[in-house]
Design a protein around this ligand. Structure first.
Ligand code: ATP
Ligand code: AH0
Length: 384
């Protein structure tokens, strides 16, 4: 069960931390679909302005290179030539994304970038995101905050999820208990309790397993609009076997690697493509609904690509108590939220504010994080 203590609150102690900064956050998620970029203005506590947001999809060859690296990450040396070449190509997509957002924003002044990078490995005690902050800083002439997860891991936390403090900042006036559920490659949730504590964890698979299943059987990158799953039947025996995974016996906070459930595809290999899609969709929903929470949210707001899958949304609405709606019901952009989050966390990092709390990552105390790279820029000139 997630615990609730004073260390898990954020809002009241941080008011008036400094002048607002304009930041572009950059996120390349576990779905390996591309780089999301979003501009916001924030003081690291509240968001004062949401600017343009966009995605630059990976070209198929880069996606394939990243997938190979991800599959080999546990045995890769940090100076592996293929890894470094792919990292440069990945960084250049980030540069394009920054340039495109700046152009859409009318080339207003940007103070800092928040570079999450592409996670290629996430295991207890070790988290690895690639993306070259110096190269990005030099190409954009902007300071870059990056390496957001290491400090948390070094302090004994899971290193993920990090979006909860951003969700909490956006929800500060909302009726509680309320949850934000991100269904990306992996799924993670944030709960704000009646007492205002911020609790979080990864819940299990998001879309990544279903994407892999569809690609393997149909060559399509995902189950578009949940159509394949809608025409299949959930295999309850397979679903029970999938839910027997050790991850579901661990109490939150807890986090996942994209490959944690990779055996699932073999476990359901005898099913038809439709029944397999239905079963994997039900797996994502069941994993979310079985997460032990101290309070049941009155409202669930869904972000990430999973909210575009009506079959998954229907299964969630059947399993969860409380309303289930896309975050657009709050006026948020559910495709940009994670990118915005890493802009927000970049500003928090510059100000020494925590990025994680005991009940969001299991870290023993509220923990700041991130590193600043200026690629030749004198930070004193930037008045950060
Ligand atoms: N129309 C759609 N129908 C069904 N699924 C969709 C649709 N659009 C997007 N998706 C799913 O959303 C996924 C992308 O989600 P998202 O961009 O949130 O992932 P991510 O940011 O890479 O993940 P993470 O949050 O794990 O880092 C796609 O891979 C696909 O499975
Ligand atoms: C290690 C890593 O990159 N984790 C991602 C992944 O994608 C979703 C889920 O697993 C979450 O834990 C996290 O991303 C979001 C942005 C987070 O840190 O909140």
């Amino acid at each position: 069960m997630l615990e609730s203590t004073g260390a898990n609150k954020i809002a009241s102690v941080e008011a008036g931390v400094g002048a607002p900064l304009t930041t572009i956050g950059l996120m390349s998620g576990t779905s390996l679909d591309g780089v999301d970029a979003a501009l916001i203005t924030t003081d690291g506590v509240r968001v004062l302005h949401h600017g343009p947001a966009l995605t630059i999809p990976y070209e198929a060859p880069l996606r394939a290179r990243l997938r190979t690296i991800l599959d080999r990450a546990a045995s890769l040396a940090p100076n592996d030539a293929e890894l470094l070449n792919a990292e440069d190509a990945l960084t250049d997509v980030h540069t394009q994304a920054v340039q495109a957002v700046r152009a859409q924003a009318g080339n207003i002044r940007v103070d800092v970038l928040g570079l999450h990078g592409q996670t290629i490995l996430h295991a207890p005690g070790r988290t690895w995101q690639i993306g070259n902050a110096s190269r990005l800083s030099a190409a954009t002439d902007l300071p870059v905050v990056h390496d957001f997860r290491t400090a948390d891991v070094q302090a004994g936390g899971e290193g993920a999820p990090l979006a909860p403090l951003y969700h909490a900042a956006l929800l500060h006036e909302h009726t509680v208990p309320v949850a934000v559920l991100n269904i990306g490659g992996v799924a993670n949730l944030t709960l704000i309790t009646r007492a205002g504590d911020v609790l979080a964890c990864d819940t299990g698979p998001g879309n990544a397993l279903l994407d892999d299943w569809m690609f393997r059987h149909t060559g399509q990158p995902c189950d578009f609009d949940g159509a394949c799953a809608a025409s299949g039947t959930v295999d309850t025996a397979s679903l029970s076997a999938l839910m027997a995974h050790d991850f579901f016996r661990k109490p939150p906070p807890k986090s996942l690697d994209r490959l944690t459930f990779h055996q699932a595809l073999e476990q359901i290999s005898s099913l038809s493509v439709e029944d397999g899609a239905a079963t994997l969709t039900a797996f994502t929903a069941a994993a979310i609904a079985s997460t032990p929470l101290p309070e049941q949210p009155l409202h669930w707001f869904i972000c990430g690509g999973g909210r575009r899958n009506p079959t998954l949304m229907r299964m969630l609405a059947e399993k969860l108590s409380g309303t289930v709606q896309p975050v657009e019901a709050l006026g948020w952009n559910g495709d940009a939220l994670e990118a915005e989050c890493f802009g927000f966390l970049a500003v928090r990092s510059l100000r020494g504010l925590p990025l994680s709390l005991p009940a969001t990552t299991g870290v023993p105390f509220p923990t700041p994080g991130g590193r600043l790279t200026c690629g030749g820029i004198n930070p004193a000139d930037r008045k950060l």
